[in-house]
Design a protein around this ligand. Structure first.
Ligand code: PEP
Length: 248
C-alpha cells in the first residue's frame, strides 16, 4: 500500500489567539477531502487552543521542540508527556533555527528524538546543510552526520521517526532546492535509513525550504519526497491548502 504523504506546517513564533482561530477553522473546513496527512506545529502556548479547534477533524497537532528530559528541574522546557496531554502527535527536533540560535548539537537532537519516541510523540528530525557547506561540497557528509547521530541513539525505533531535509539556505529565503537536488539528498537519506532498518520505505522523508503552492507538486512528485515541512506558506490557509491539495 502506498503511504500517504504528510504535509506539516511549522508556524514558528507566529500567531495569536484570533489569527490561530481563523487559520485552523479554515484548514479544518478546507481539508475535508485531503488524501494526505496534515499537521500544524504550533507555538507551545497555543497547543490547547488548537487542540480544541481541530477536535473531530483529521488535522494533527505538532510542537516545534521537545525537552530531552521527561520531567524535573529544567526551567522553560516542555516535556513529551506534557505534549501528549494536549494530543500532540509530532514534535519538530533539530530545526536549523534551533541548531543555529540555540546551539543544539547532533547529540542533543538525538536525545530529544529518543525522549519523544519513548512517550508516544513522533519526532520530525530536521537535517540540512548551510549554503557554505553546499558550496564546499559537504552536503552529503553533513546530512549523513546529522541523521547518523539520531540513528545511533534511537536504534531499532528509527523507522518510527519522520525526517525532514531542510537545506538551510532554502528556509525562509524563497530559494527552493530543485526537485532533482532534493531527490538526490532524499535518496541518500533513504539509503542510510535502509542500512539501519528493514522498514526504511515506511519512513516519511519531508522536504522543507520555501515550499509553496507553485513548487509543491513537482517536489512531491519525486520518489523519495514523502511530504513537506512548510514554514511561511503554512500561515495562510489558502496557500497551505494548495500544498495539501498537491499532496493528495
Ligand atoms: C521551516 O522553517 O521549516 C521552513 C521550511 O520554512 P519556509 O517554508 O518558510 O522556508
Amino acid at each position: 500500500m502506498e503511504k500517504k504523504k504528510l504535509i506539516a506546517g511549522n508556524w514558528k513564533m507566529n500567531g495569536n489567539l484570533e489569527a490561530n482561530d481563523a487559520l485552523v477553522r479554515a484548514l479544518v473546513a478546507g481539508m475535508k477531502d485531503a488524501a494526505c496527512s496534515v499537521a500544524v506545529c504550533v507555538p507551545a502556548p497555543y497547543l490547547g487552543q488548537v487542540q480544541l479547534l481541530k477536535a473531530g477533524s483529521a488535522l494533527e497537532l505538532g510542537a516545534q521542540d521537545v525537552s530531552p528530559h521527561a520531567q524535573g528541574a529544567y526551567t522553560g522546557e516542555v516535556s513529551a508527556p506534557m505534549l501528549r496531554e494536549f494530543g500532540v502527535r509530532y514534535a519538530i527536533v533539530g530545526h536549523s533555527e534551533r541548531r543555529q540560535y540555540h546551539g543544539e548539537t547532533d547529540a542533543l537532537v538525538a536525545e530529544k528524538a529518543k525522549t519523544a519516541l519513548a512517550h508516544g510523540v513522533t519526532p520530525i528530525v530536521c537535517v540540512g546543510e548551510t549554503l557554505a557547506e553546499r558550496e564546499a561540497g559537504q552536503t552529503e557528509e553533513v546530512v549523513k552526520r546529522q541523521l547518523a547521530a539520531v540513528i545511533h541513539v534511537n536504534g531499532h525505533c528509527i523507522s518510527e521517526i519522520v525526517v525532514a531535509y531542510e537545506p538551510v539556505w532554502a528556509i525562509g529565503t524563497g530559494k527552493t532546492a530543485t526537485p532533482e537536488m532534493a531527490q538526490q539528498v532524499h535518496g541518500l537519506l533513504r539509503k542510510q535509513l535502509g542500512a539501519a532498518t528493514s522498514h526504511a520505505e515506511r519512513v516519511h522523508i519531508l522536504y522543507g525550504g520555501s515550499m509553496n503552492a507553485a513548487n509543491a507538486a513537482s517536489l512531491l512528485a519525486q520518489p523519495d519526497i514523502d511530504g513537506g515541512l512548510v514554514g511561511g506558506a503554512s500561515l495562510k490557509a489558502a496557500d497551505f491548502l494548495q500544498i495539501v491539495a498537491a499532496a493528495s
